[in-house]
Design a binder for this molecule. Structure first.
Ligand SMILES: NC(=O)c1ccc[n+]([C@@H]2O[C@H](COP(=O)([O-])OP(=O)(O)OC[C@H]3O[C@@H](n4cnc5c(N)ncnc54)[C@H](OP(=O)(O)O)[C@@H]3O)[C@@H](O)[C@H]2O)c1
Length: 306
């Protein structure tokens, strides 16, 4: 490039309209829309959200807070919506509430938390704390954590939904031994959403729970989409297979997430993340091509052979 060319190029760049946000130019292709689904009355939620177990439980020093603040900011900036937390994740609810208030992004997010209590009184007190810690008058989804005291807790959640304090009601599990009770409960109780463990190497929910949720018209959310670190351990040092390009995946995380969100029930995966580079990487999995049934089988054979 000559000096004049460079000057012309720079002048042309300077005349471009300022972007609404400061996303790096090569991060996520902004021209592809997210694949989305509704939960209850909230429509168009990208199929990748974020989880907050462990990493948000107890930040102390400013250097602990900085990556968490940057992660939430980036998530909101890229149009991420669903943030999943719980009273049992240490101070996570409080941390999320503070950061969302500081960043002024409450209205752009779908906040999901849980209730894990053993009596109606304990549940009410815990939920009151969730509103206070999350610094919001409206919580988009509250789910009964691991089926605990579900009949009592669901009764109160229904009151809250009727009163317009919460948008949707759900139940969660992440244990196969709870699946039978979980299935019975979601058949029996009027709820909006479920949350269950499902991953490329942990597929039981894909055969049992997710098809049932789909039949019942419930919105599925997926916890442990990477089996914590398990899938990254299994593929460490291995190059991406050639077929990854066919599904528009350029990282292992995107391979794992695209497998999940392409389940016919179209679930929302909530990978735990506390780094901006994970936000860019993971949200990109909710855009572009998704694996079809044949490709999903190919992915399963690949992981089973490792
Ligand atoms: N029963 C329930 O209701 C239940 C149970 C379990 C979980 N949950 C929810 O589900 C969420 C997800 O589960 P999880 O956080 O335990 O496990 P996970 O999502 O399977 O794994 C999270 C870990 O994967 C790594 N990671 C994330 N994005 C990555 C990327 N792009 N590239 C490489 N590594 C990446 C991070 O590890 P490093 O930080 O170590 O790098 C992160 O801590 C939880 O946060 C929680 O909100 C609910």
């Amino acid at each position: 490039m000559t000096c004049t060319d460079r000057r012309t190029f720079i002048a042309a760049l300077a005349s471009l309209p300022i972007l609404a946000h400061s996303a790096p130019l090569f991060a996520v292709s902004p021209d592809l829309p997210y694949h989305t689904r509704p939960i209850g009355r909230a429509g168009a939620l990208p199929l990748v959200g974020m989880g907050t177990a462990r990493s948000y439980q107890d930040p102390q020093a400013p250097e602990d807070w900085a990556p968490l603040r940057a992660t939430i900011a980036r998530f909101a900036e890229l149009g991420g919506k669903v943030i999943d937390t719980a009273p049992s994740y240490g101070r996570a609810e409080e941390v999320i509430g503070q950061l969302i208030e500081e960043l002024g992004v409450r209205d752009r997010l779908f906040l999901a938390t849980k209730v894990g209590a053993d009596s109606p009184e304990e549940g009410r007190a815990q939920i009151a704390d969730s509103f206070r810690k999350l610094r919001t008058g409206y919580i988009d989804l509250i789910a009964v954590h691991n089926l605990r005291d579900s009949a009592n807790q669901l009764a109160y959640l229904r009151e809250l939904k009727q009163a317009g304090r919460i948008g949707a009601i759900g139940v969660t599990t992440s244990f196969d031994p709870q699946y039978s009770d979980f299935e019975a409960l979601i058949r029996r109780e009027p709820i909006d959403a479920i949350q269950v463990d499902y991953a490329l190497d942990n597929r039981n929910a894909g055969e049992r729970i997710l098809p049932l949720a789909q039949d019942l018209g419930l919105a599925p959310m997926i916890n442990l989409p990477f089996g914590r670190g398990r899938l990254f351990e299994a593929t460490r040092g291995k190059p991406l297979p050639a077929w990854a390009a066919e599904i528009g995946a350029d990282s292992w995380a995107q391979v794992f997430l695209k497998y999940i969100v392409s389940h016919p029930s179209r679930p929302i995966a909530i990978p735990g993340m506390a780094q901006t580079r994970y936000v860019d990487d993971n949200l990109a999995a909710a855009r572009g091509p998704l694996p079809d049934a044949a490709m999903r089988q190919r992915m399963e054979r690949f992981i089973d052979a490792l």
